[in-house]
Design a protein around this ligand. Structure first.
Ligand code: GLC
Length: 439
């Protein structure tokens, strides 16, 4: 059980970051709504018993939806702000599909909302309210997933392609190094990053990465965020974490469709194709791990990153594959396990990767959302002790340092921005992420 004082501290973070309609991931560093952050925040509100507030969070994310179904990764509530790149860079008004009244970004983020809504409405003690909210949210969630399977599956892979590292949620992971190096930067307009104002630069992405992040936005914008921009993007990858969470969400969507009396056939097709694609394209038998696929280079991305373990959360690994991933990597001190140098599970990237940097954002530090999803995935495959160890490590990190954005796996020091919403929300909602027995 979560200790009373930690619980109270987590609740205080959520309340401090609450903007009424949405919960800012951090009011200073990230003052708008981010898509997967909103899902995690909603779980936090539910864990506090405030289901009304949780539903409001989901509604705020869905209000950003484009007419083609896309859910944007940022909805610019409380705009203008000092955030870069802001609504003036994204210019969603150039896209005919974007909502007219609310500026948004033009890309998406890991699709967690459908499984979050299924969880919220499963635990809400007010059954009438829960049923009404499922009915309300279902069409928007369904439209989003259809977009993920059409606009974002131009090659008919059964997987959704990402055209910007930010869509993965893991902005500067070494997963993207080779693919980003091929992105032409061209003549960028002069710009000023705002992200290193509150956080030391050594904990944030490098400037060369930022140039490419911006160049990719400008490319997509020049195509008015249409499908031609996706097809001609110099950055196109199929990511494990993103597609595993998509699959998990589509199982939840199936459950909700069945209960609502909606047709389930199309969703069953998505699930079957997604499952087959994980085995056909993403499992690397030689390395014994799920690897991302670079659609431009037409090759696997040979980087061992913690996102690979999310195949377990989605139930997409065979028991043999799960055992191999755990034995070769998760419990191996040369990869993810503590070795005296590192003391906590789970660094975001294997220590054996040349790109591993224990203090720099998505290149090595521990993130609480990944830890929670990995732990529940391990439990699903029977690795109960390991799941417990990850949970204990996560709670120890927070007890030691507070609710930081990420943590140094060697010292447990908190990094990035403090009072970070999903770190607080997921500590409260850890158990809500458990996988239901059957579908
Ligand atoms: C950063 C993270 C991303 C998160 C966002 C808001 O961009 O990489 O995953 O959603 O901040 O917290």
């Amino acid at each position: 059980m979560i200790q009373k004082d930690l619980r109270q501290a987590a609740e205080e973070v959520l309340r401090r970051n609450d903007r009424g309609t949405f919960t800012a991931p951090s009011p200073r560093q990230y003052p708008h709504l981010w898509l997967w952050d909103a899902g995690f925040a909603a779980l936090g509100w539910a864990a506090l018993g405030d289901y009304e507030r949780a539903y409001r969070e989901i509604r705020a994310a869905l209000r950003g939806q484009w007419r083609n179904g896309m859910l944007p990764h940022v909805v610019f509530y409380d705009w203008p702000s000092a955030y870069f790149p802001g609504a003036d860079v994204w210019r969603s008004d150039l896209a005919s599909e974007a909502p007219a009244e609310l500026p948004t970004s033009g890309i998406t983020q890991p699709p967690v909302l459908a499984f979050v809504v299924e969880i919220l409405t499963r635990y809400d003690p007010d059954r009438g309210r829960a049923a009404a909210f499922r009915r309300e949210a279902f069409p928007a969630l369904y439209a989003y997933h259809r977009w993920l399977h059409t606009a974002r599956d131009p090659e008919g892979m059964g997987l959704s392609v990402l055209v910007h590292p930010w869509e993965s949620g893991m902005d500067n992971s070494p997963l993207w190094d080779a693919a980003l190096a091929r992105v032409p930067v061209g003549d960028l307009p002069p710009y000023r990053r705002a992200d290193a104002h509150w956080v030391p630069e050594e904990q944030r992405p490098r400037s060369a990465d930022y140039d490419r992040f911006l160049a990719l936005i400008l490319h997509l914008r020049s195509h008015r965020y249409g499908e031609s921009g996706v097809q001609t993007s110099s950055f196109r990858v199929y990511d494990i974490l993103f597609n595993a969470l998509r699959y998990r969400s589509e199982e939840a969507l199936w459950t909700m469709a069945a209960e609502l009396g909606e047709p389930t056939g199309e969703i069953e097709g998505w699930l079957a194709r997604g499952r087959a694609a994980f085995q056909a394209y993403l499992w690397d038998p030689a390395r014994g791990f799920f690897l991302d696929w670079d659609a431009v280079a037409k090759a696997r991305i040979p980087v061992i990153a913690a996102g690979g373990f999310l195949a377990l959360y989605a139930g997409l690994a065979t028991p043999e594959q799960a055992h191999e991933m755990v034995a070769r990597y998760l419990t191996n001190p040369e990869a993810f396990a503590p070795d005296g140098g590192t003391r906590y599970l789970v660094p975001t990237v294997s220590k054996a990767e040349p790109g591993w940097e224990p203090r720099r954002y998505w290149r090595g530090p521990i993130w609480i959302n990944l830890n929670a999803l990995i732990a529940h995935g391990l439990r699903r495959y029977g690795f109960v002790d390991l799941a417990e160890q990850i949970r204990a490590d996560t709670f120890a990190l927070v007890a030691r340092s507070g609710f930081w954005e990420y943590y140094d796996p060697r010292t447990g020091e908190g990094l990035g921005i403090g009072d970070f919403t999903w770190s607080a929300a997921l500590l409260l909602a850890w158990d809500l992420l458990e996988i239901p027995e059957t579908r």
